[in-house]
Design a protein around this ligand. Structure first.
Ligand code: NAP
Length: 221
């Protein structure tokens, strides 16, 4: 399988890149910082330097051409403000979808976030700070854009709070789950399993839990 990872130097993406390359898949990693190229090569991932806040759809289309799937695991990150939530968490995810459609790549996995439902239909949860609100709204807007497309088979994964604890190989994965956290290792393993069995139009929340990942993914409808 040939997979393109957006935000490929991110913490989840690197874990996923290593899992894919270790089993012999071809992985292309989109990064914005050329200093990260060597890390990706060491992971067995082919780096392509492309700033998703500045790239044209033609550039991204060329990068994803020939892929079986794309994974959006980029994010503006904890130090960013309202503006970059929109330019990365929403607009870059949409740009990747435009490019995937143009290139004829069917499967798209979006790493979103738990909590997006809380801002649906313009709601503003009491006491939520403006940056987190902008983040959830950007994630929700990306989800809605992608799920509205007929040219892509989209799976939206909404992890809970991410941790760097070692993965357990077991999770709770369903359309709605109680709030919680999940190890990035386990998120990457779930993404790997979803790449092997892509869905179309499924939105799933993910936290730590007792179900082996293969069973959790197989049971997702
Ligand atoms: N933190 C949480 O608890 C939590 C919970 C649920 C979901 N999430 C979401 O899960 C996803 C992955 O999380 P993570 O911890 O793996 O993220 P991360 O380590 O912050 O990685 C995000 C990556 O996106 C890249 N990026 C940012 N702007 C870019 C641009 N313009 N062009 C290309 N790449 C760009 C960053 O590149 P640089 O390295 O160059 O900055 C970084 O490598 C994110 O979307 C995050 O919002 C997080």
């Amino acid at each position: 399988m040939r997979v393109v990872l957006a935000g490929a130097h991110g913490q989840i993406a690197r874990r996923l890149g290593r899992l894919l390359s270790a089993r012999g898949d071809t992985v292309v990693g989109l990064i914005r910082n050329p200093a990260h190229e060597s890390d990706l090569r060491n992971d067995g991932v082919d780096p392509v330097v492309l700033d998703l806040e500045g790239a044209s759809v033609d550039d991204v289309t060329a990068a994803v051409s020939g892929a079986d799937a794309v994974v959006f695991a980029a994010g503006a990150g904890p130090g960013s403000g309202v503006a970059r939530k929109d330019t990365v968490d929403r607009a870059a995810a949409v740009l990747l979808a435009d490019a995937a459609e143009r290139a004829g790549v069917r499967a798209y996995l979006l790493v979103s976030s738990m909590g997006t439902d809380s801002v649906a239909e313009g709601r503003t949860p009491d006491g939520m700070d403006e940056v987190f609100l902008a983040y959830l709204r950007a994630k929700l807007a990306a989800e809605q854009d992608l799920l509205g497309r007929t040219g892509l088979a989209v799976t939206v994964l909404r992890p809970g709070g991410l941790t760097d604890e070692p993965g357990t190989g077991t999770v709770t994965l369903a359309r709605q789950v109680p709030r919680g956290s999940v190890a990035r290792d386990d998120v990457a393993a779930v993404l790997l399993a979803l790449l092997d069995a892509p869905r179309n139009g499924v939105v799933a929340e993910l936290v730590s839990g007792p179900t082996p990942i293969a069973d959790a993914v197989a049971g997702l409808d």
